[in-house]
Write a protein that binds this ligand. Structure first.
Ligand code: ADP
Length: 589
């Protein structure tokens, strides 16, 4: 996404965002917040009680000399301190808990939602950006809760009471004290906008930095092989400069908001002194009036400053909330797989493509591809690189949506099937078999608990996983490493084949490895694939002559079209593209 489009005006108003944040994340914790507010009131009122307790200390103990009062007055004061400590700790724990619960719930919800989005979305959004959205944007909203609800509540109540005191002493003085306020409205609005912009920019850079790191660590091998260590570090450092600037600007903006209040209060003090001072000199007011008015103003100072910085807290959180809600409102174009992935009831699993056309932007990838892969037989997809073979797999699994044409399985349009149901009929075994950073067992079972030990063992045997398990320190419980990096290519493939055997799906999509494995391993992988293919409808992107000739039918693709179909002998006799590809391959041998 370009920076310009990221900066476009938010579709959400502040009020709508807060209402939504309240509804989805804060409201479930209302009881806890009320409790925290009560604790906070108790904690706050102990200050008043303590000062009140000074009266008996002086009057009863010191002045009246009543020895019996020493103990109970002393105990009373100690009790107040204990009460203050207990309520303070409890309130802090409750608030932290609620803050963490809301932000982690937002993170869980975000991941849950983002995973339902389709592939097109992930091609535009780099993983680093997504990680940054899910982790840091959600965390930005943590402070909001505390600051906004309790801070505002407490400070507003203090301010109102102080305002009443000030009005009672002298309404005119009160007005005079507030003379600076209107002057600050415009700068405040401008400053808030500035802060929102800078916070949004900061979120962008944070995402860019995560993306950079993600790319570097995922590409650690090419980075090392091409001696890119210094280059990559420089690229990151450049972002660091931007990051520091954005951080400092955001902090400066946030600090200036309460700074504006300082100026307003200073102006108020000055005006009251000049105007009120005259009243006292003229004998219209007592010094006591003036002192209590001044102390009300002084007491109002802290809550006012806190309320001033609240605007900053909101602006920073709002910049993140905007992104989070935008993500929540991005909906998948392909419906998300339901929890109950119901396999459709089909007479057979013959796959048919009718005039399928698909393009990415201006690039036509499939241009009316059409072929049939018969139920229970093996169909080989052959063709030059870039012909669209992998795209056919993506269309079949609905990772990509064609612009026109139709794909049917067993006569039913795949768009009429539940996506989860469709995918539950298909196993995909590709050459870049990706494993998760879990044990081999977990990689094969993928969360299934209904697999018996015998069935697991049978799959391990048939996929020749058993062969290399013995050489691993913890056998089946050996971790596969990040993206399966602790296993060799041949081992990874066999793990994926074992996984597919257990899934036992009627359809198998197979992308044959182009990189040669050593002959012994190759034989084993071949045998494993052979046992996996039995009795299934198999579509294989084939590179090896042996696989191609063994297929029941060959579909030759070129530039997004099917140009020839038939058996090996038919196609050789046609003397077309297949014959040319074949002779190239024979020459290479
Ligand atoms: P094959 O498997 O036959 O080598 P593919 O199906 O992988 O071919 O790709 C066909 C064409 O589609 C290629 O030219 C590739 O660059 C293009 N392509 C594939 N995926 C995308 C994508 N997500 N965005 C843009 N172009 C793509």
């Amino acid at each position: 996404m370009s920076r310009a489009s990221r900066r476009t005006n938010s579709p959400y108003s502040d009020r709508a965002m807060f209402a939504r944040f309240w509804r989805d994340y804060l409201r479930p914790h209302t009881r806890m917040v009320v409790l925290a507010a009560i604790l906070m009131t108790i904690e706050g009122s102990t200050l008043g009680a303590l000062s009140y307790m000074l009266k008996p200390v002086f009057d009863l103990v010191f002045v009246a000399g009543r020895e019996d009062a020493i103990v109970w007055v002393g105990l009373g004061i100690m009790g107040l301190f204990v009460l203050r400590a207990v309520t303070g700790v409890a309130q802090k724990v409750i608030m932290t808990r609620v803050a963490i619960l809301t932000s982690t719930k937002m993170q869980d919800d975000l991941l849950g939602h983002v995973l339902t989005l389709d592939n097109a979305f992930f091609q535009k959004m780099p993983p680093g950006t997504m990680i940054s959205r899910v982790i840091s944007d959600a965390e930005q909203t943590q402070g909001l809760w505390q600051a906004l609800i309790l801070g505002a509540g407490r400070d507003v109540i203090s301010l109102v009471s102080l305002f009443v005191v000030a009005l009672l002493i002298d309404p005119v003085w009160t007005l005079v004290a507030m003379v600076g306020t209107p002057l600050l409205i415009l700068p405040n609005i401008l400053l808030q906008r500035y802060l929102r912009r800078k916070s949004a920019r900061l979120r962008d850079i944070t995402a860019d930095r995560t993306t950079r790191l993600d790319e570097v660590f995922h590409g650690i091998t090419p980075v090392k092989l091409n001696a890119l260590e210094a280059y990559q570090t420089r690229r990151f450092t450049k972002l660091t400069g931007d990051f520091v600037r954005a951080q400092v600007k955001t902090a400066a903006g946030a600090a200036t908001l309460p700074g504006l209040i300082d100026i307003a209060v200073g102006l108020g003090f000055f005006c009251v002194l000049v105007y009120g001072g005259q009243d006292i000199i003229d004998g219209e007011k007592t010094v006591g009036d003036f002192m209590s008015f001044f102390s009300a103003m002084t007491l109002a100072f802290q809550p006012l400053r806190r309320l001033g910085s609240l605007a900053g807290t909101w602006q920073r959180a709002a910049a993140s909330l905007e992104r989070v809600f935008q993500l929540f409102d991005t909906t998948p174009t392909v419906e998300a797989p339901g929890a109950t992935a119901k396999r459709p009831d089909l007479p057979d699993t013959t796959i048919r493509l009718h005039d399928v056309a698909l393009s990415y932007g201006d690039t036509d990838v499939l241009r009316g591809a059409a072929f049939t892969a018969e139920d229970g037989s093996t169909t080989a997809l052959v063709g030059p690189s870039g012909a669209g073979k992998s795209t056919v797999f993506n269309v079949l699994t609905r990772l990509a949506e064609p612009q026109s044409g139709q794909v049917t399985i067993g006569g039913m349009d795949i768009r009429e099937m539940e996506v989860g149901g469709l995918r539950s009929m298909i196993s995909v075994v590709t050459q870049d078999a990706i494993l998760f950073d879990e044990t081999i067992r977990e990689n094969i079972l993928l969360g299934r608990t209904d697999v018996s030990d015998e069935a697991l063992q049978a799959a391990l045997d048939a996929a020749f996983v058993t062969d290399f398990l013995e050489t691993l320190p913890q056998g089946l419980d050996t971790p596969a490493g990040p993206r399966g990096s602790a296993l060799s290519g041949g081992q990874r493939q066999r793990v994926v084949i074992a996984r597919a055997l257990l899934r036992d799906t009627p359809i198998l999509l197979l992308d044959e490895a182009t990189s040669a494995l050593d002959t012994v391993v190759e034989k084993k992988v071949q045998k494993a694939i052979h046992s996996l293919s039995q009795g299934r409808t198999v579509l294989v992107i084939a590179h090896r002559l042996s696989t191609i000739t063994a297929a029941d039918r060959i579909v030759v693709m070129d530039a997004g079209r099917v140009v020839e179909t038939g058996t090996h002998d038919d196609l050789l006799a046609e003397a077309g593209l297949y014959a040319r590809l074949h002779s190239l391959q024979v020459e290479r041998k």
